[in-house]
Design a protein around this ligand. Sequence first.
Ligand code: UGA
Length: 449
Amino acid sequence: MAMIAKQCPDIQVHVVDLNQARIDRWNSDELPVYEPGLDEVVKEARGRNLTFSTQVDAAISEANIIFIAVNTPTKSFGIGAGRAANLEFIEKCARQIAKCSKGHKLVVEKSTLPVRTAEAVKRILSSSANGATFDVLSNPEFLAEGTAVQDLLHPDRVLIGGESIDAVERLAQVYGRWIPRERILTTNLWSSELSKLAANAFLAQRVSSINAISALCEATGADVDEVARAIGTDSRIGSKFLKSSVGFGGSCFQKDILNLVYLCEHFGLREVAQYWEQVVVMNDYQKRRFSERIVRTMFNTVSDKKIGIWGFAFKKDTNDTRESAAIHVCRDLLEERAKLAIYDPRVPESQIREELKLAFADSVGGLSDKHKKLIETNVTVVSDVYAAAKEAHAIAVLTEWDEFKTVDSARIFEDMRQPAFVFDGRNVIDRNKLVAQGFEVHSIGRPSK
Ligand code: UGA
């Protein structure tokens, strides 16, 4: 929305949310999300044609176009728990829009939704008490965190799904202000909804594919980055999204694939469901394999040993930790009674502790006293890489932050216990240099050195 406001100064954009604290942060100098370049975009438009408030009803009644951008997390309870999307917030939005609208409005689904949700939104909207009428469009977002501003400025494509040609055209005109028309694709509603799930499934599948190969590389002596380069230069395969890692994270991939799996099962497509589910199974395996490798390498015990954790966000250039591979690795190491010193340049301590508590919680969110104590006593959150490495037996690199590539590794080697193990879950450190300095380095998809 900030990008639309920036690019179209004559369009008034009102962002509304029920959460006052969050809105306050959008109105402050410290935005609630870290995203390179976003501060400038928000500052340029805020106060001019971009506002943030909790005045939801007023904003609905004034608007011509309403974007629904609420979260659709995986259901944690009831039918479809662990797979289906929780559509509670979408439904509440649609009901509020129905209640507060008059005249004709365009309602745009921006949230990632299961296929045919627009149908449900339309039915709810048709119950509007004030005789309002609506066109419902699907306009899924394809930006990635960490590169959001660039992705919004120069998207590969914008997708708009809908039944009414006029409504689709009205939205296309907004994007058309800065995006070439040939990049604005229009489809029917359900193709648009499905394309979003399918795009994320294909992207995640590539990561799981290269991660599957990484396990074979470690076993055979091949180097996964060399294999990725060799296969990626085939223009039919392409070079992007072939970076082997400790596992994909983020709020989207796993959720969207599980959603796809649930849909396939719902329509009786068992083999299709199993096919896509394997992408998530492989990702879980990759995360588990990494922590098991740490324990196995460190003489089968990490109990009471300090391990420096470098990076907690699910990828670099974001403070988002949702589904981060780091959570799973830290949980496994804590189960083994390791002492963790965690450093991430953007993630605050409270968020790290909250994620770890959730990782140990049972299905209804309860945390045992044992696990609570384990997190309190065995986790410290530190403010730089050196503090994380000081007197540590090992370092585990879990996010590919650029600053990890330029650390003073000689200083770190002096500070660490010997043998000084480095487990690089992102293949970002200069392995040959570290080995020459005396470290024992274990990377993803490469034989150990
Ligand atoms: C993803 C998609 O890339 C976006 O197109 C989509 O709009 C977004 O989900 C969404 O549905 O909202 P995002 O989750 O922000 O974006 O980040 P990605 O760059 O896709 O990375 C996801 C995870 O895969 C990260 O943990 C990343 O480290 C990992 N990854 C990515 C790899 O391990 N290797 C790669 O080669 C690429």
